[in-house]
Design a protein around this ligand. Sequence first.
Ligand SMILES: [Zn+2]
Length: 274
Amino acid sequence: MIHIDFSHFTPPSDWVQRQQRAMQRLLEARVNGNWRDYIDSRSDLWTDLKPYLSALSRQKCWYCETKAPRFDYVVDHFRPKKRVRHANGTECEGYWWLAFDWHNYRLACDYCNSQHEGEDEEVRGKSDFFPLLHEDRRIHNPGDNLDDEMPLLLDPVVDGDYALLWFMQDGLPYPADEEGTFQYQRAETTIRLLNLKDERVAEARKALLLRCQRLIDRGEKTYLHYCNGSPAGMIEYKNICREIHELVAPDAEYSAAAKAFFKSSPLKWVRDLV
Ligand SMILES: [Zn+2]
């Protein structure tokens, strides 16, 4: 997961005008009872913002950080727009008034957004799920305060949420906080619901972390030469530092895993780089 900074994002002005007109029509459709059809008919609104959202993440899925140049990402509604499904099989009305609200949009790969069968034959994917810590505090009306809810899904646009996932050398994500805590529950729910332990993604992260380890091994030797006054050691050390910076850069695939790996190094020069 990567952190997406929405603070400087503004949709194009013509889009905002279309959104405002659509919101008016949606309120009318609520009265007429055909609001679900109207939401479906205006998918152009969130689809048209896709290039802007993609630019914010340097073409990576906001949830799993997969970068697929030929893959057509989808715009996920963080709070489901038409219905919310519960783990026990029941469902309730979705957050319809957020259907055209760009603050509710997250760029996602199809694998995170839709339901797929995992290697263990269990079906996972965000879909219409939006679990809360307290279901009885779920809001159902536009005037209600979203902050009254405690979402169990980690949110890329909330600063700090991405850091609640930690990655080990096996390429798998784990909750960063202690078991039994609320943040552990959120990380565990996110990993499970979005299938972040998917074998293919885990293998890609594992290969990346092996590359990170090889860089550290090379860097440790050259760092010692550098500290002993070797110009060649200094040049090689600088090259390794540049490579490490590239792996943790926001546009690098699975940069959160690389960052976690370097941060957990016992070597100070490595930790100081990230
Ligand atoms: Zn994804």
